[in-house]
Design a protein around this ligand. Structure first.
Ligand code: GDP
Length: 191
């Protein structure tokens, strides 16, 4: 049986998260990558995380408790939203970097990547920042139902080459790979 996911709190600054003593795994990805849908699929619920029809809307940080393992999934705001102001993007990037570097209980960054897109600059930059700072990356391909098996395999190979880790392929629509993803998250948070 998969773990249970419950929304604990919404934070509007990252300070709270940085000081949280329990293990955490952060979920990050470009705006519209399918992060909210993936959280709902992990939870086995339809409306735990809000699926946005307007990309780039969420600027708060939700953290979800995983029971019985007692760690948190931290839902970071999506990045790369074209219409966000430069100042807003800069502010967010600085906060994110501080969190990734300073949060002692952060076990890994689950990096969500769209199965349909070749490795994108913003994703590669974030991955490289995480690696430089010694943070584990759990790469996750989303929306697998939207592309062919061959395309998915190509994407896995490309990311494996870049990160040294083979991405877990998932689809929130048909739940493909969700159990695998849970296993990887639990193993990473509570080894
Ligand atoms: P977020 O901005 O990263 O939280 O992305 P959302 O979860 O809000 O999803 C963005 C859009 O992609 C929505 O229209 C979702 O219905 C769609 N979507 C998300 N995951 C999947 C998936 O696995 N398969 C398909 N076909 N569509 C998806």
């Amino acid at each position: 049986m998969n773990p249970v996911l419950t929304l604990e709190t919404t934070a509007y600054t990252l300070e709270q998260l940085i000081s949280l003593p329990e293990a955490q795994i952060a979920l990050a990805g470009r705006s519209n990558v399918g992060k909210s849908s993936l959280i709902n699929a992990l939870a086995g619920r339809k409306k735990l995380a809000k699926v946005s029809s307007t990309p780039g809307k969420t600027r708060s940080v939700n953290y979800y408790r995983v029971t019985p393992h007692d760690f948190y999934l931290v839902d970071l705001p999506g990045y790369g939203y074209a219409r966000a102001s430069h100042t807003e993007r800069e502010k967010w990037a600085r906060l994110l970097e501080r969190y990734l570097v300073e949060c002692a209980s952060l076990k890994a960054l689950a990096l969500l990547l769209d199965s349909r897109l070749e490795p994108q600059k913003l994703d590669k930059n974030l991955a490289s920042f995480a690696r430089t700072n010694g943070l584990n990356i759990v790469p996750v391909l989303t929306k697998a139902d939207k592309c062919s098996q061959r395309e998915r395999a190509n994407r896995q190979n490309e990311w494996q080459e870049l990160l040294g880790t083979r991405p877990i392929v998932t689809s929130s629509s048909n739940r493909y790979g969700i159990d695998n993803l849970w296993r990887a998250l639990v193993e990473t948070a509570v080894p």
